[in-house]
Design a protein around this ligand. Structure first.
Ligand code: NAD
Length: 392
């Protein structure tokens, strides 16, 4: 199949296997070039196929030499359509890991389900004995509860409507958007999907099955961001879920012996999930410009490497006074935020191109789906059915 990008709204419905492979290799090469980390040796990554989860898996494997077991929810290609980028990323990761003598195995299914948890536990027993780290990096629009109820996550405010600038990425025009408040039911559902309940279910299931080492570390990811995004993020329905995630970390630390749970606050980046949030893509386009100019810009892999090497292992764990690990430290630097805010306040359709990095935004967006790699011929026929060696 000749695979070209097909963008529909916030997502691209095609993915390029060779391109995904090239970008996974780029991340691996980045980590290989950094000093090693004396870190975990057997790592479970839940949400391992894209974004921060994929980069966590790569950092654990290539900085610490860890065996990794990934949980993904993806689809291989068929005669008619391409697979998901997450499938191709995982296939690439597994083939590189195998060539480099690293254990890698993957479970493909709904991480919220008991069946997937049971399968993961039996693989850990079979292959690894116990794991010493669990990364929880799910970003999902919905969760199916055991009784079949479907909870949908929403991206809304929580008290009153919020109006601010947003961008139509396709036409590159700014307009105003008003985001309506979520209902109490919508907030509860968002907390069910993106809060800490399923994280805790995972840790309790692993602990009950005795497949966690003593003093195992578990990390989940969050975002805080500047005031201009607070109504839609920190104080919005997703922020309620993130507050629950943080509260869950504290409760696990208090109530479960031998577990060290952390929430790492990461930088705003273009991923499949963040593209769907109103206001945020425009903020990201300004942030990219400011951070690139200051030489502070990072992608997922640079941050996940820093998580292992500078924040969690080989040193006393570095947290802020609230107990959060801060990988958004560069994003939140006062000089960065002052510049972003000055641009935001004067931004219009007339000065958009000069004050934002929309090209950088689009380039990162296409990269998510394997498009834009230098050494890939996108006009050539490519095999879209790609096996993953160890997928259940
Ligand atoms: P992403 O969309 O790139 O990746 C999410 C992963 O979860 C994918 O691998 C996807 O396949 C997997 N997944 C989704 N539903 C699943 C299911 N039911 N079962 C198994 N796997 C499933 O998202 P991301 O941006 O990397 O987000 C990961 C975490 O990082 C989230 O908690 C997010 O809130 C947080 N975070 C993101 C940003 C950002 O700007 N993107 C910033 C800070 C924190």
């Amino acid at each position: 199949m000749i695979v070209q990008p097909k963008v529909r709204g916030f997502i691209c419905t095609t993915a390029h296997p060779e391109g995904c492979k090239a970008f996974v290799k780029e991340q691996i090469d980045y980590v290989k070039a950094q000093p090693k980390t004396e870190g975990p040796k057997k790592v479970l990554v839940i949400g391992a196929s894209m974004g921060y989860g994929l980069s966590s898996r790569i950092a654990a494997a290539y900085s610490c030499g860890a065996a990794t077991l990934g949980v993904i929810f993806d689809r291989n290609g068929s005669e008619k359509r391409t697979g998901t980028a997450g499938w191709y990323n995982t296939a690439a990761f597994e083939s590189f890991a195998k060539a480099d003598g690293l254990y890698a195995r993957t479970v493909n299914g709904d991480a919220y389900s008991k069946a997937v948890k049971d399968e993961v536990i039996s693989i850990i027993r079979e292959d690894l004995g116990k794991v010493d780290m669990v990364i929880y990096s799910l970003a999902a629009p919905k969760r199916v509860l055991p009784d079949g109820t479907v909870c949908n996550s929403v991206l809304k405010t929580t008290n009153k409507p919020y109006t601010n600038k947003t961008i139509d990425l396709k036409s590159r025009t700014i307009s105003e958007v008003t985001i309506e408040p979520a209902t109490a039911e919508e907030i509860d559902a968002t907390v069910k999907v993106m809060g800490g309940e399923d994280w805790r279910d995972w840790i309790e299931a692993l602990s009950a099955a005795d497949v966690l080492v003593k003093d195992a570390v578990t990390v989940a990811y969050s975002y805080i961001g500047p005031e201009l995004t607070h109504p839609i993020y920190l104080d919005g329905s997703i922020g309620r879920a993130k507050a629950h995630l943080y509260q869950t970390a504290q409760e696990m630390n208090e109530q479960l012996s031998d577990i060290h749970a952390y929430v790492s606050v990461n930088k705003a980046l273009v991923t499949q999930s963040s593209a769907a949030i109103p206001v945020v893509p425009l903020y990201i386009s300004i942030l990219y410009k400011v951070m690139k100019e200051k030489g502070l810009h990072e992608g997922c892999i640079e941050q996940m490497y820093r998580l292992f090497h500078d924040k969690l292992y080989g040193i006393a764990v570095r947290t802020d006074t609230d107990g959060y690990i801060r990988l958004d430290d560069y994003e939140m630097q006062p000089d960065v935020q002052e510049e972003v805010s000055a641009i935001w306040n004067t931004l219009s359709n007339d000065n958009l191109a000069a004050n934002t990095d929309l090209d950088g935004y689009w380039s990162d967006f296409y990269r998510l789906f394997g498009f834009g790699a230098n050494n890939v011929n996108y006009d050539a026929d490519t095999e879209v059915v790609v096996p993953i060696a160890h997928v259940e």
